[in-house]
Design a protein around this ligand. Structure first.
Ligand SMILES: NC(=O)c1ccc[n+]([C@@H]2O[C@H](COP(=O)([O-])OP(=O)(O)OC[C@H]3O[C@@H](n4cnc5c(N)ncnc54)[C@H](O)[C@@H]3O)[C@@H](O)[C@H]2O)c1
Ligand SMILES: [Zn+2]
Length: 361
């Protein structure tokens, strides 16, 4: 591996995130390093499975089991968790097992939860193959599955032994999936690093053309930023709330559209709306929201709520997120490009009439 890995620290220890184009040429060797002498089970989805051999060439290890789930969020369930766990039991995987998740955030969360619970926990390595999984889902140690009551409601904290991110895998990613990850990268610049934000502005063309060097640099800086935040507060008591920038509005949009918007699209609209709130509250300088909107639009992301989604519906969805009806709706708000307002626990209460006004545009 050419460049040094980014190290993520957590309550139980630390793990490296290796980021390099062509990294998977050495997959077998890297797995032997991070899961030494373990019997390996591959977990992937039906879209990614046929791509793996092209990324690894002759470096694909001999899997003790090759477990493939149907692609899509619909597979992040307890049913798939039990199917995978049973397959491992039937194949007599023991405490010397190692699980290797190759795919997007869905596969990482599901396979990580299998690893967290199999024989009370076996180590796993994450090989993220979407931009979102590289810059977001593979950093922080959260694993889990969805339920009919909501997403990610059953899960465990089970950090991987290592993450192996090869930006070359992003060449086959559908455009919409690339943009989903870019929204989170813009968020990282907004919350923590004005120079990174400016670099994304300057290099937007190269990023959209998926030039390997540009993608590698993007993934590396985003992972560094998320790792620094979760390392400082990995059980999200405080600082981790800053990663929710844009997400209060985004979650409301996702609920109100029945998940008709991709997560990154909702985050994009949310980042702009919440930057406007910060401006209106006098917490951020004028012009911030316009600059954020210009970059997101340049990256082909939506920056205003879909027509027909009135502020009343979005406010209703935001109120549902709260534990107590009387509580004010709280936001993680920017103080400027690259810094967040400390507020109270890094969030600020916002009066509902102002939220309605900003959402109305
Ligand atoms: N654990 C965390 O901290 C965390 C953080 C953010 C998101 N998540 C979770 O991540 C999931 C979303 O992740 P995602 O956007 O990667 O979704 P995903 O895993 O469903 O992948 C999106 C699509 O891309 C396909 N795909 C994956 N890699 C590909 C490649 N290289 N080429 C072509 N197609 C490819 C997949 O088959 C799928 O159809 C959600 O379940 C979300 O809850 C978790
Ligand atoms: Zn997000």
């Amino acid at each position: 591996v050419s460049a040094a890995p980014v190290v993520v620290t957590h309550s139980l220890g630390r793990y490296p995130v290796h980021i390099a184009s062509g990294l998977l040429d050495r997959l077998g060797e890297l797995l032997e390093e991070h899961l030494p002498r373990r019997r390996l089970a591959l977990v992937t989805d039906g879209n990614v499975a046929p791509l793996i051999a092209g990324w690894t060439g002759s470096a694909e290890p001999a899997w003790g089991a090759r477990l493939v789930v149907p692609p899509g969020e619909g597979s992040k369930t307890r049913e798939q968790w039990s199917r995978l766990s049973d397959a491992l039991l039937e194949a007599r995987f023991g405490r010397d097992s190692g699980i290797v998740a190759v795919g997007g955030g869905m596969v990482g969360d599901l396979a990580g939860f299998v690893a967290a619970t199999y024989l009370r926990g076996v180590p796993f390595v994450q090989v993220p193959t979407t931009l979102l999984a590289m810059v977001d889902a593979s950093v922080g140690g959260k694993t889990g599955v969805d339920t009919p009551h909501g997403k990610n409601l059953i899960g465990a904290f089970h950090p991987p032994a290592a993450v192996l991110a090869d930006p070359r895998t992003l060449l086959t990613l559908p455009d919409r999936e690339l943009r989903t990850g870019l929204a989170e990268a813009v968020k990282h610049g907004l919350i923590a690093d004005a120079a990174y934000f400016g670099w994304i502005e300057a290099e937007a063309d190269r990023i959209l053309r998926r030039e390997p060097a540009a993608l590698e640099r993007l993934v590396r800086r985003s992972v560094e930023i998320k790792a620094a935040v979760v390392g400082a507060d990995e059980r999200e008591a405080g600082l981790r709330a800053t990663l929710n920038a844009g997400h209060t509005v985004a979650h409301a949009l996702e609920h109100a559209t029945g998940y008709g918007l991709a997560h990154g699209e909702a985050v994009s609209i949310g980042l702009v709306a919440e930057a406007r709130l910060a401006e209106r509250l006098g917490l951020a300088p004028a012009g911030l929201a316009d600059r954020v909107a210009a970059l997101l639009a340049r990256l082909d992301l939506p920056v205003t709520a879909p027509a027909g989604l009135g502020p009343a519906r979005l406010l209703g969805a935001m109120r549902q997120d709260k534990k107590n009806r009387a509580e004010a709706i709280r936001f993680a708000l920017p103080a400027g490009l690259g810094s967040m307002h400390p507020g109270d626990g890094w969030t600020v209460p916002v009066p509902e009439p102002l939220i309605a006004e900003v959402l109305a545009g």
